[in-house]
Design a protein around this ligand. Structure first.
Ligand code: AMP
Ligand code: GLY
Length: 455
């Protein structure tokens, strides 16, 4: 973009190619980078620290994503015109503040606004002030308060650690002792605080609302599968799969969430002097008593992003830049593919417990040779090929597992049935010793077994 500033370019009626730095290491960031690479403008893409999949699309930089000064320094050094912060931890660490401070547009909220995710008690306070429907909740700092709150709400019990806990801070249980035990563990942490909540029945929906401090643009809803096993068995994970669209969702859901939840929340944050820009991830339960917020996050969800962005037909860079520069109101309406997308996460042996790493991954090319399949990397690494492997090109490494969630395989099809078939055909091609995945992603929706209770 040479010496033009963004507003000059907007005046010219075009955005042009943008130099973009994506922060993060997961399949969500791979999905973001991939979508940016598919814009008709040929953006110059960089990522830090990235992963081997992202490295096929962007220049990687070995910079600590939790070090705000280092990220801002990198953004300056490469002349980034937009920085996109993927995960919650860099946001909470103040990475977006540091980048904004050096004058570079950043997609992602300031640390003070990211508290909507990093403190559940804060989120509840904002929801109460904004009149946003959510579960009734008590913030507790002692076990006596916890016991009283549990008894007031009754079973099933919901106990949430106040701080960031990578999806593992929430316990939902029929067992009062187990609820108390989790509460005691939360309280043991320094400044330990927790939230005891009313149980919300009904299916969950994730809706990403892009904000620029004042305006809000919703994306399309998706559904995520948080438990490790088929039929929602086993412990919570970061997410094992997702699909979009949700044909079973009530008509008007997006409009309702926009008017009753996202806009009032963004307005309340602005009123407090901590305007929210980036993604307001609205986690919903569609209960017998109406739509309720289960949680807010301050970033794109993983793995929902993999299916939502697979359906986006408008240029992603323009959307993220409009959020970063406070110009969402000028953005043309988003366009979406009618097709369905399903993603299935391939996880390492042991996930979500302690996992085995370093196993070779093969079959990605075979998977991607299937029409409608693409494979996104999460916990992967390239290691040097063993000596004597003459087939390899010089410098080429071996792809191995390096974390819990290893790959997100995405399938696109004319409808949910086709997308599901496609994604599982792709998953079948992937070989990773000891790996596991859910085999029922999007199945209940396909079979008409998802419904709002009492409707
Ligand atoms: P959170 O970290 O707040 O998203 O909670 C993680 C998961 O716990 C959610 O996706 C829900 O499946 C479940 N959960 C959280 N809060 C409630 C609630 N009040 N009632 C029922 N389930 C809940
Ligand atoms: N998919 C759940 C999350 O990103 O928190």
């Amino acid at each position: 973009m040479g010496g033009h500033c963004l507003s000059d370019l907007r005046a010219l009626g075009r955005l042009g190619a943008v130099r973009i730095l994506v922060i993060g290491t997961g399949a969500r960031e791979h999905a973001i980078t991939r979508a940016l690479s598919l814009d008709t403008e040929a953006h110059e893409l960089h990522a830090a620290p990235g992963n081997p999949g992202i490295g096929q699309l962007a220049t990687l930089h070995a910079v600590d994503q939790l070090d705000p000064e280092a990220v801002a320094g990198l953004a300056l050094a490469i002349g980034a015109e937009l920085v996109v912060v993927g995960p919650e931890a860099p946001l909470a660490a103040g990475v977006s503040d540091a980048v904004r401070q050096v004058g570079i547009p950043v997609f992602g909220p300031a640390g003070a606004a990211a508290r909507l995710e990093s403190s559940k008690a804060f989120a509840k306070e904002v929801m109460a002030a904004a009149g946003v429907p959510t579960a009734m909740a008590h913030v507790c700092t002692s076990l006596d308060e916890v016991a009283a709150a549990l008894d007031a709400f009754g079973a099933p019990f919901v106990v949430k650690d106040d701080g960031l806990a990578a999806g593992k801070g929430v316990v939902v249980t029929e067992d009062r002792d187990a609820a108390l035990e989790h509460a005691a563990a939360c309280l043991e942490k320094p400044e330990g605080r927790l939230v005891v909540e009313e149980y919300l029945d009904g299916p969950e929906v994730s809706l990403f609302c892009i904000a620029d401090g004042a305006d809000v643009v919703p994306l399309v809803p998706a559904q995520d599968f948080k438990r490790v096993g088929d039929g929602d068995a086993g412990p919570n994970t970061g997410g094992m799969g997702a699909y979009s669209p949700l044909d079973w969702a009530p008509e008007g859901l997006v409009e309702e969430v926009l008017e009753r939840i996202a806009r009032p929340t963004v307005a309340e944050m602005a009123r407090r002097g901590t305007p929210f820009s980036g993604v307001l991830y609205v986690g919903l339960a569609l209960t017998s008593r109406g739509t309720r917020v289960v949680e807010f996050n301050a970033r794109f969800g993983d793995p929902e992003t993999q299916v939502v962005l697979a359906r986006l037909r408008s240029p992603l860079a323009a959307l993220l830049l409009a959020s970063a520069t406070g110009t969402l109101a000028e953005l043309p309406p988003l366009r979406w593919a009618e097709e369905a997308a399903v993603t299935v996460v391939v996880a390492s042996e042991g996930y979500p417990g302690s996992v085995r790493s370093g196993d070779p991954i093969t079959g990605i090319e075979d998977a991607e040779s299937i029409e409608g399949v693409h494979v996104l990397h999460a916990g992967t690494a390239l290691v040097p090929r063993p000596a004597g492997d003459d087939d390899a090109a010089p410098g080429e490494g071996v792809l191995v597992s390096a974390g819990g969630r290893v790959l997100s395989v995405v399938g696109i099809g004319a409808d949910l049935a086709a997308a599901r078939e496609t994604v599982y055909a792709g998953v079948e091609q992937v070989e990773l010793a000891g790996s596991h995945h859910r085999s029922d992603i999007a199945l209940a929706a396909l079979e008409g077994r998802v419904a709002v209770p009492g409707v």
